[in-house]
Design a protein around this ligand. Structure first.
Ligand code: MG
Length: 385
């Protein structure tokens, strides 16, 4: 029996993780849940799965939940301290990280240091502090399992091969909702950008998919996870989203990972590894696949992709700066305070003002994150971009 903690249990990854637990009650048990503020959904989840501890990040919301879970013997904690307590909960074997944004970094690092294996679905921690996390993972011999579909695909393709035999890693992208859009992106609204053709996800990552920043972040994530320089990581537009990732060996052979566009298989594999478990999920029907298409990304119309490469090359604190500026810009766009085309320009301006610190500590990374958010705010206020 594997005891798991889910950070971000009410989001789409969190709910999918609970689905896997529901389907395999003999294999997995939930011992802790953490959410930002959705206490009604948390209450229902807690009553169904009976964890020993739950955390509500928003202290006011935690207070509202109050004693409602007491009669089930479930302890409620709150805030940053509560999040750290849940992520290092004694009985937990694995922590699933599915929180949006940089806020997940500290609890993940704490969990790793406490010897918990990690399943990381939100890419931000691996973008901001991937190098630090992977160093800690190697040092402590505690595994980090990727859940992001492309990286889970890469991990499954790479298994058993030395990195010296690998020439290239390939991440595919559906191209997002604006792949075929002609004309200017200037007046695109959040409503349009939130309609993703292939994946159902939260708003932040859906906007990242529309700008291709999602792929820029994934390049950094892959570079950090697999210790591969970003120039050996390619991005390929593949609208059908059947192939999630490929590896090319030095001898010219390729291996590809194919699956349906559903997060449950990568979540399940991160929990069951090295075992593979039966499930009742739909699977690919090859006779119904008419054709698979591939094209190069349009780097001019989607400048966020190259910002990702640039940040990966610069290394150190630069990916943290890119990520934080992107979070601020995407939120401003969602709030109708920034144009779609200004997202990339804002991030670029912030990156230009940053001198990266190499081999940063966790506190230096958090400081870079804070600086970048502040600077992005100033860039937006000046708004002469
Ligand atoms: Mg992905």
């Amino acid at each position: 029996m594997k005891n798991i903690v889910i950070l971000g249990s009410t989001g789409s990854i969190g709910r999918n993780t609970l689905d896997i637990v529901r389907a395999h009650p003999d294999k997995f048990r939930v011992c802790g849940l953490a959410v930002r503020q959705d206490i009604d959904q948390l209450y229902r989840q807690a009553v169904e799965f009976r964890p020993e501890i739950v955390c509500v990040f928003d202290k006011a919301a935690a207070q509202k939940l109050g004693g409602r879970l007491k009669r089930y013997g479930i302890r409620v904690v709150a805030g940053r301290e509560g999040l750290l307590e849940v992520s290092t909960f004694k009985k937990a074997h694995q922590v699933i990280c599915a929180m949006v944004g940089a806020v997940g970094l500290e609890p993940i690092f704490a969990a790793l240091c406490a010897g918990k294996s990690l399943g990381i679905a939100n890419k931000e921690p691996l973008v901001i502090a991937g190098d630090l996390l992977m160093r800690e993972s190697r040092k402590r011999k505690v595994p980090v399992f990727p859940i992001d579909s492309e990286h889970s695909g890469l991990w499954q393709c790479l298994e058993g091969y030395p990195m010296s035999s690998i020439k290239k890693l390939v991440l595919t992208s559906s191209g997002g909702p604006f792949r075929k859009l002609k004309g200017s992106f200037e007046h695109l609204t959040p409503k349009r950008a939130l309609k993703h053709p292939k994946w159902k996800m939260g708003p932040k990552i859906t906007i990242d998919s529309a700008t291709l920043m999602n792929k820029g972040l994934e390049v950094i994530e892959a570079a950090n996870l697999f210790g591969m320089p970003s120039e050996k990581i390619d991005v390929l537009i593949h609208p059908e989203a059947i192939i999630h990732a490929m590896i090319e060996f030095v001898d010219g052979s390729h291996l590809a990972h194919l699956a349906i566009t559903d997060m449950r298989p990568p979540i399940q594999y991160s929990l069951s590894y090295p075992e593979r478990l039966n499930n009742h999920l739909p699977t690919l029907n090859f006779t119904q696949l008419k054709s698979l298409h591939f094209e190069a990304p349009d780097r001019r119309r989607f400048p966020c992709l190259d910002l990702g490469y640039e940040a990966s090359r610069a290394g150190g604190t630069m990916p943290a700066v890119l990520n934080a500026a992107n979070e601020v810009a995407v939120q401003a766009f969602l709030d109708y305070k920034m144009k779609f085309t200004e997202i990339a320009k804002t991030i670029k301006r912030v990156m230009q003002q940053h001198t990266p610190v190499s081999r940063p500590s966790l506190s230096q990374l958090l400081e870079a994150d804070r600086w970048s958010r502040e600077t992005a705010g100033l860039v937006m206020k000046g708004n002469k971009i």
